[in-house]
Design a protein around this ligand. Structure first.
Ligand SMILES: [Zn+2]
Length: 323
C-alpha cells in the first residue's frame, strides 16, 4: 500500500512537471486566459459570472456528488496545479484544502478562501441553541470543528464571498480588473434583490418552524429570516441521525401543526419520507446548492434559480402570504 502511494505521488509529480513543460498527454497546449478551479457550486456560479469571457472557470465536484465527503483525486490535484486561481469555501466545508494545497507544486497558483471574512456560527438544532460564533474561516485554535460551513445561504455572506473572490481575480489578472469588478457588482445587485424577495416572501407566515429531514444546511438562512430551524442530523451530510433525534423531529412536526417536512437534494429521500409518513405530513424539497444534479447542470441552472425555487417551497411549506 505504501509503495502504491509512493507511485501515485511520483505520477502526480511527473504529471505536473510534464504540464509545466506543456506536454501533458492529450493536450497540445494549455488553454488561454486565466484558469480558475472552484470547489462547490455557489463559488463556481459566482466565479463564472465574474469571469465573463476572460477566464475559464471549472468546478471540482462532479455533478450529483455529495460534497461533504468529497476529497480530490490525483487528476483533481493536477487540475489545481495547472490553475491560476483556486477558490474554496472554508476549512469546515473542505477540510482537505489546506493539506492538499501544501502538496501542489505551482508558482502561479493563487488560493482564495472565499469565506475568510464571514462570521461563522455553530450549528444549533432548535432547543439546544449554541450562541458560539467565530469571525473568519482561518482562525486556528480549539473547538472549531462544529462551525456550520453553509455560509452561502446567508445572502449578505454571499456578497462578502463575492468581494473576496473578486480580489483573487483582480490579483491574478489585473489587466481585466475593471470587467471583473463590473460583473461582481452586478452579482451583488442581484443578491440584494434576492434578499428583498426573501424578506417580503417570508414576512407573514403561519409557522416560522423550518423542519428539515436532512443535514444541518439552512442555519444561516433561518437566522437571517428569523425562522426556527430544526434539522434531522449534523452539519455534514454523512452524519447519522440518532433515534432520539428522529423521535424529537416527529414530535416537533406534530406540535408545530405544519403539513410539510422539508427534504434535501442529492440524498435519498427515503428517511425523510418515512419520517413524514410517521408524522402524517408531506415532503417538500429544499436545495442547499452545494452541488448540482446532472439535469440541473445541463439545464444551466444558476444559484439564483435554486434560491428562488427554495423561496417558493418555503412559502408553501410555512404557509406564507405574499406581501
Ligand atoms: Zn452541507
Amino acid at each position: 500500500m505504501k509503495n502504491m502511494i509512493s507511485v501515485i505521488v511520483v505520477i502526480i509529480f511527473c504529471c505536473s512537471i510534464l504540464f509545466t513543460t506543456g506536454c501533458k498527454r492529450g493536450e497540445s497546449k494549455p488553454a488561454a486566459g486565466l484558469q480558475v478551479v472552484t470547489t462547490l457550486f455557489p463559488l463556481y456560479d459566482f466565479a463564472r459570472t465574474i469571469a465573463g469571457d476572460k477566464a475559464q472557470v471549472t468546478m471540482l465536484l462532479p455533478p450529483g456528488v455529495e460534497p461533504h465527503t468529497f476529497e480530490p483525486k490525483p487528476d483533481d490535484m493536477i487540475r489545481i496545479s495547472r490553475a491560476g486561481l483556486f477558490i474554496y469555501t472554508n476549512r469546515y466545508m473542505e477540510p482537505w484544502a489546506e493539506t492538499v494545497l501544501k502538496g501542489v507544486e505551482s508558482r502561479q497558483l493563487r488560493v482564495v478562501n472565499a469565506g475568510e471574512r464571514v462570521t461563522y456560527h455553530a450549528a444549533s438544532n432548535g432547543a439546544d441553541t449554541d450562541a458560539h460564533e467565530e469571525k473568519g474561516g482561518d482562525v486556528h485554535g480549539h473547538g472549531h470543528a462544529g462551525m456550520d460551513p453553509h455560509i452561502w445561504l446567508d445572502f449578505a455572506n454571499a456578497a462578502i464571498m463575492i468581494d473576496t473572490i473578486l480580489e483573487g481575480f483582480v490579483a491574478a489578472d489585473p489587466a481585466n480588473g475593471n470587467l471583473y469588478r463590473k460583473n461582481a457588482e452586478g452579482l451583488k445587485v442581484r443578491l440584494v434583490a434576492l434578499d428583498q424577495r426573501y424578506r417580503d416572501g417570508l414576512a407573514s407566515c403561519t409557522t416560522r418552524k423550518l423542519l428539515h429531514g436532512g443535514h444541518y444546511t439552512f442555519g444561516y438562512l433561518a437566522r437571517r429570516y428569523a425562522l426556527e430551524y430544526h434539522a434531522l442530523s449534523g452539519i455534514s451530510s454523512d452524519s447519522e441521525p440518532s433515534a432520539a433525534r428522529m423521535t424529537a423531529l416527529i414530535r416537533d412536526i406534530k406540535s408545530s401543526g405544519t403539513t410539510y417536512l422539508f427534504a434535501e437534494e442529492l440524498l435519498s429521500p427515503r428517511l425523510t419520507e418515512t419520517l413524514a409518513g410517521e408524522a402524517g405530513v408531506q415532503v417538500l424539497m429544499l436545495h442547499g446548492a452545494h452541488n448540482l444534479s446532472r439535469d440541473d447542470q445541463t439545464a444551466g441552472v444558476s444559484f439564483f434559480d435554486l434560491m428562488d425555487r427554495n423561496l417558493e417551497r418555503l412559502q408553501k411549506g410555512l404557509q406564507c402570504r405574499a406581501k
